[in-house]
Structure formats: structure tokens, C-alpha cells
Design a protein around this ligand. Structure first.
Ligand code: PLP
Length: 402
């Protein structure tokens, strides 16, 4: 059987504009006319194909981007949102009712953790947090009212690898849905093809890759995507987190270079991870044989895109992390900024930034050191030169044992 190639799946789409434009036309209309009133009624009830009703529901430009994402993911359909959190919360809220229960990985993006921990109790949805690498803990946490197992394929910021096929088996056995956030590893992993039911993305990150907007996506089967936009009960239709079509159009263009960018991010990250290891630093990078999930990831990944652009190093204290990040920024390594998947290298101290919603005792329980620096390695053409600058910064701060 021919191997699935997400990049070719996207490139094979024949998308063109109204006048033969090589880029699809942008439909910047919130509403659409109907020649017949009956067709309008049918569209409202989801019974008419090919018609557009209102842009909070569907928009032709959003449809093009969604089709490309579905092709990349191997799903029947997708729907695009105004942020990654918009995708995560919409998909979760579609699947739970008051009184239900979710089993979630404890190592997720801080905003996701805060939503699960602090917001969902408002509607009486309980969440049990588990270590995503302990399959027996996931199974044990399932209750009769559990509706979702939630995880990140490569977790933020600890870079743990979820065994998606095994999690899918547990989910199926208990009739619950497996939802996977694949923000860190588009192209590298195809969670739906590995058994997930719903795949969510913050497109703000690698997929768009330009840090010029926030956006998100939900990829799943047609039935689930249609349920999201049902005019009577769809969470997307009723909470209204839709992405603006002007943005969809620019993200679609960027999606076409994602495969090249992922390879370069991965190549540069692997180089830095190996060099940091040689220096004797505590490094977490899934491409290193020393990484706990390395062998597992090798069995799950599409190997041509590498092991991803994210590295975590532990310099032990937040003070040291801050000093190193400030000097690296001054010396031009990249930016002291949250987010990831940008063409420049970004670094932040997770405990004090993107995971600051997670209380410090839980951070310690998760294994997140106060000195953890998360690097989103950029597309540098000369990563050896970048490394030399980082080395000089570390030497100046006496961080290297010579
Ligand atoms: N998922 C992951 C893994 C993230 O890192 C982030 C943001 O940092 C999000 C989701 C949320 O995405 P957004 O900022 O686009 O809402």
C-alpha cells in the first residue's frame, strides 16, 4: 500500500479562483443570495448541497482551507476557527453535556488546562488529569459518564509522546471519543489515521507559520463537523468562533509550504538538541534516542518531516532561564516570546508563561522544572552559526561545565 503523504494530499487538490486564478477567490461576504426561497429553507436544515447561507456557518474560502486541512489529516471534513482555543473549546463542548466527565492528559497547553480545570466545572463537567504516557492510568480514570479522552500528540511543553493507537483502543472499548491536539506536529503525525476521532489545531503555530494571526481547526468525520454547524444545536454555529475568510485565504497559501518548513524546523532542532546534549545540558527532544518517547514516535510518524521544531532544556532555575533568554535575544538568536512555529526562533520559560495557569505544585508533579526553556527552533539557514551564538551566551553566564 502506498504510504500516506500529507503534503501530496494537499498539493493534489485542484483549487482555483472564479476567473481561473491560481489562488482561490476570497469570498468576503457574510451572507449569500438564493434564487429560490425553498433552497434557502433546505440549506438551513442542512439538506441542500453546495449552497452557502451565512459565514458564521460556512464560507467558500473557509471551505477551501478546511478541505486542504482534511486532506492533510486524512479526515472527511474540517472546520476553521478564530483561534486554537476556539477549536478546542468548540469541539469539547460539542461532545459533553452537564454531568459528563473527561479524562485529560495533565501535560497540555496552559489555556487548555485552565479551561478543563477552571471553566468546565461551571457547567458541571468534571475532568480527571492523568499522565499521558501511563495507559493504565487513562483506562483506570474512565467512568460510566466519561465522554472524551483528551491529549496532545506531542505535549506542551514536556514533549511527551501520546501512544495514539493504544489510546484509541481504550477509547473504543469504552465508547468514548479520543480528541488529539496536534499543534506541535502537523504533517509529522496524522492522529486521525492513527485512531483519533477528532483532531484539533492551533493554526497560529506551525500551520500558518507567520505569527500574523491566531486561528484554529477541527478535523473529523463529516457527521461530527456537520453536528458543529447544526443551526439548532451546533456549538460552532451557536457560539460563533468562526475564522475570518480573509485570514483563511492567507493561511491556505502558507499551508502549501508547511512540509518544507517542518523539515527545516526539524533539521535545525535536531542539530541544536544534539549540540546541547554534547554540552551536558538536560535536553528534551523527541529526535534524541535518550528521549522517553523516541522509539514510540518512530513507529507513529511520517518520517520525512523529522521530529519537530520544539526543544526543551532545563537550566534549573527561572532566574538562570531569564538571564539566558534575555542575552540570547540581545545577541540575535531569536525572540523572547510565547508561541511557536515561527520562522524565527522563539523561546520562553514555560512555567512562568504558557503553562503559568498550571499551579506550581502541579508543574512539579508533571515534571516541569522552573528552569525549563522551551525553544521553537526557527528556519535559520545557518543553524551552526546560531548555535555558536547560543554557546557564547551560555559561556558568558557560566552555564557550561568546561
Ligand atoms: N494548543 C497548543 C498545543 C498550544 O500551544 C496553544 C497556544 O499556545 C493552543 C492550543 C491555543 O491556541 P491559540 O493561541 O491559537 O488559541
Amino acid at each position: 500500500m502506498k504510504k500516506f503523504d500529507p503534503a501530496t494530499a494537499i498539493a493534489s487538490l485542484k483549487h482555483f479562483g472564479e476567473f481561473g486564478d491560481v489562488n482561490p477567490s476570497i469570498t468576503d461576504s457574510s451572507t449569500f443570495t438564493f434564487l429560490g426561497a425553498n433552497t434557502m429553507e433546505g440549506t438551513f436544515h442542512g439538506e441542500t448541497q453546495g449552497c452557502f447561507l451565512y459565514s458564521r456557518h460556512w464560507n467558500p474560502t473557509n471551505r477551501m482551507l478546511s478541505e486542504a486541512l482534511a486532506a492533510m489529516e486524512g479526515t472527511e471534513a474540517a472546520w476553521v476557527t478564530g483561534s486554537g482555543m476556539g477549536a478546542i473549546t468548540t469541539a469539547l463542548l460539542q461532545l459533553v453535556n452537564a454531568g459528563d466527565h473527561i479524562v485529560s492528559s495533565i501535560t497540555t497547553y496552559g489555556g487548555t488546562y485552565a479551561f478543563l480545570k477552571n471553566w468546565l466545572p461551571k457547567i458541571n463537567v468534571e475532568v480527571t488529569f492523568v499522565n499521558p504516557t501511563k495507559l493504565e492510568d487513562i483506562e483506570k480514570a474512565i467512568r460510566p459518564n466519561t465522554k472524551i479522552i483528551y491529549t496532545e500528540s506531542i505535549s506542551n511543553p514536556l514533549l511527551q509522546i501520546s501512544d495514539i493507537p493504544e489510546m484509541a483502543k481504550i477509547a473504543k472499548a469504552h465508547n468514548v471519543k479520543l480528541m488529539v491536539d496536534n499543534t506541535f506536529s502537523p504533517m509529522i503525525l496524522a492522529p486521525y489515521r492513527l485512531g483519533a476521532d477528532v483532531v484539533v489545531y492551533s493554526m497560529t503555530k506551525f500551520i500558518n507559520g507567520k505569527n500574523d494571526c491566531v486561528a484554529g481547526a477541527i478535523c473529523a468525520d463529516e457527521a461530527f463537523i456537520n453536528s458543529l454547524i447544526d443551526v439548532n444545536s451546533g456549538t460552532a454555529m451557536l457560539l460563533g468562533p468562526v475564522l475570518d475568510p480573509l485570514r483563511s485565504s492567507s493561511i491556505l497559501k502558507n499551508l502549501h509550504t508547511l512540509h518544507l518548513r517542518m523539515r527545516q524546523h526539524s533539521k535545525n532542532a535536531m542539530y541544536l538538541a544534539e549540540k546541547f546534549t554534547e554540552l551536558g545540558l538536560r535536553v528534551s527532544y523527541p529526535g534524541l534516542p535518550s528521549h522517553q518517547g523516541h522509539e514510540l514516535l518512530k513507529t507513529l510518524m511520517n518520517p520525512q518531516f523529522g521530529f519537530g521544531g520544539m526543544i526543551a532544556i532545563d537550566v534549573k532555575t527561572a532566574e538562570k532561564a531569564n538571564r539566558l533568554m534575555e542575552i540570547m535575544q540581545q545577541q540575535g538568536v531569536g525572540y523572547l516570546a510565547v508561541s511557536l512555529g515561527y520562522f524565527k526562533t522563539l523561546f520562553s520559560n514555560s512555567g512562568k508563561s504558557t503553562s503559568s495557569e498550571v499551579p506550581e505544585d502541579i508543574q512539579a508533579e508533571m515534571g516541569m522544572s522552573p528552569g525549563l526553556i522551551r525553544f521553537s527552533v526557527g528556519l535559520d539557514n545557518d543553524i551552526e552559526q546560531t548555535y555558536e551564538i547560543i554557546l557564547a551566551c551560555m559561556t558568558e553566564l557560566n552555564m557550561i561545565n568546561s
